[in-house]
Design a protein around this ligand. Structure first.
Ligand SMILES: NC(=O)c1ccc[n+]([C@@H]2O[C@H](COP(=O)([O-])OP(=O)(O)OC[C@H]3O[C@@H](n4cnc5c(N)ncnc54)[C@H](O)[C@@H]3O)[C@@H](O)[C@H]2O)c1
Length: 442
């Protein structure tokens, strides 16, 4: 018998027709994502790392034995319904770009050649002042930033028509822009639009994409740490348009490990003197992050995690003034196969010191690709369920989760997962799981 006590599920439209996934940037992450989906569709690979494809969800009591797959529990688009499009500052199609990125083996990429060659990037909105280490010629021209947004809206409309898409979502997988802070131009839509018409520097290219998406009825996810949609003007626009948005910065590699280990240390009341993290990577992302201004955006995103998880204000004896340093070094021989070292100085009973060393030989794009898939499918679900504005339940996927103003972000991966699964239970009118469990002993 079901242990449902919440009778009403939220009304969700069925995912009929094709779902277009528009990717800003057709680099390592995007091509690994597209190639992966095509390989899975052909039955030559498994969707490892994707919660929507491999995850299950417990419903009701532990004794109920109800654990469906997430994809069978909520109405998600299927992989066969996905169509891909992209913008990039380089003309290379997804096949050429995947070979260039060098993440996937040439043999695998060649097996997917036809599908990948079909994805040809549209001209980008780009300004080198925001990504100093890159320069490309496949770029739109216009009199002002509002005009550029209109061109992007035309692209979205064309893409939707040509590919006969019922719905579209957009995911930013382009390079990290320089560090920007919100100004008065970002506070409301009127000022934002005026700043676009005035070509102000406060409007970064990523914001133009986000604006174009929201104006075109398209949910938006931000995979990089740029400000982008995390400003009051665009968060409000998303709300008003009934569109879900989420960001920022895919949580992969070192930060993923950090948000797995730090909650464990804290839960056992073990103290921290310092956490030193360094990385070597040699892909284009690494090259872009070699520029101090792009690195600053990334650094801010990576640094905030420990403060929020460890709560030094609440636990001063354990966490006051711990030292936290993050370095990224561009080292071409490594390509996408990053190496991340962590040295963690902790202390335990009576203040006795201990150390933890992590050496994570990871593959950035292999970790990021399933996140792109999950975000695209969940954003599409959220829209069909009438969820609008910032989607905090998708914090699970981000280093710097967007939250409502004045609300601190939740970084603990396990709390994030519980939040995500409880949101799905809520959508379907299932009992939320608190893990209290006293009823088993009554
Ligand atoms: N791989 C990961 O684990 C991971 C984790 C978190 C965040 N990210 C972020 O995801 C993004 C993509 O990473 P990647 O490894 O694929 O990088 P990449 O350099 O291989 O690809 C980025 C692509 O974006 C293009 N681009 C740059 N500015 C653009 C613009 N304005 N419009 C259209 N295209 C533009 C570049 O030409 C490039 O092809 C980066 O910002 C990275 O910091 C990646």
């Amino acid at each position: 018998m079901s242990s449902k006590n919440q009778k009403t599920s939220i009304e969700m439209q069925e995912p009929k027709g094709k779902l277009g996934i528009l990717l800003v940037g057709l680099g390592a992450v995007s091509t690994t994502f597209i190639a992966g989906v095509e390989a899975i569709k052909k039955g030559i690979a498994e969707p490892i790392g994707s919660l929507t494809q491999m995850g299950t969800i417990r419903l009701g009591k532990r004794t109920d034995n109800r654990t469906p797959m997430i994809k069978d529990f909520v109405p998600l688009a299927t992989l066969n319904d996905l169509v891909f499009g992209a913008w990039d500052i380089f003309e290379e199609n997804a096949y050429e770009s995947a070979l260039h990125a060098g993440v996937l083996e040439r043999d695998l990429v060649n097996q997917l050649k036809d599908e990948l060659q079909r994805v040809k990037p549209m001209k980008a909105v780009f300004d080198q002042r925001y990504v100093k280490r890159l320069n490309g010629a496949h770029v739109k021209q216009a009199a002002n930033k509002m005009e550029l947004a209109r061109q992007l809206m035309d692209d979205i409309e064309n893409f939707k028509r040509v590919n006969e898409c019922a719905r579209v979502v957009m995911v930013w997988c382009a390079s990290t822009e320089i560090f920007l802070q919100a100004t008065e131009d970002h506070q409301d839509l009127k000022s934002f639009e005026q700043a676009m018409r005035d070509n102000k520097d406060s409007i970064a290219p990523s914001m133009i994409y986000a604006y174009a998406a929201l104006k075109s009825d398209v949910p938006f996810a931000n995979g990089a740490p740029n400000l982008t949609v995390d400003i009051p003007a665009l968060a409000k626009l998303a709300n008003d348009q009934g569109l879900p948005v989420c960001g920022k910065d895919f949580k992969t590699g070192q930060t993923l490990m950090k948000t797995i280990i730090a909650p464990g240390l804290k839960s056992r009341m073990l103290g921290l003197h310092g956490w030193f993290s360094t990385n070597i990577l040699g892909n284009r992302d690494g090259e872009v992050l070699d520029d101090p201004e792009s690195f600053k955006t990334k650094e801010e995103s990576k640094l905030s995690v420990l403060e929020y998880i460890l709560q030094p204000d609440v636990y001063p004896t354990l966490y006051k003034d711990f030292s936290h340093i993050v370095r990224i070094n561009y080292y071409p021989p490594r390509g996408d196969n990053k190496e991340g070292w962590d040295n963690i100085d902790i202390f335990g009973w009576l203040g006795y010191q201990m150390q933890i060393k992590i050496d994570f030989l990871c593959r950035d794009s292999i970790l990021a690709a399933p996140i792109v898939l999950d975000l695209a499918l969940f954003l599409d679900l959220a829209k069909r369920a009438g969820m609008r504005g910032i989607q905090e339940w998708l914090s699970f996927y981000f280093k710097s989760p967007m939250t409502a103003p004045d609300l601190y972000p939740e970084h603990d991966l396990f709390i994030q997962l519980m939040k995500l699964k409880n949101t799905l239970r809520h959508l379907k009118g299932e009992e939320l799981i608190t893990h209290l469990g006293l009823e088993y002993y009554d």
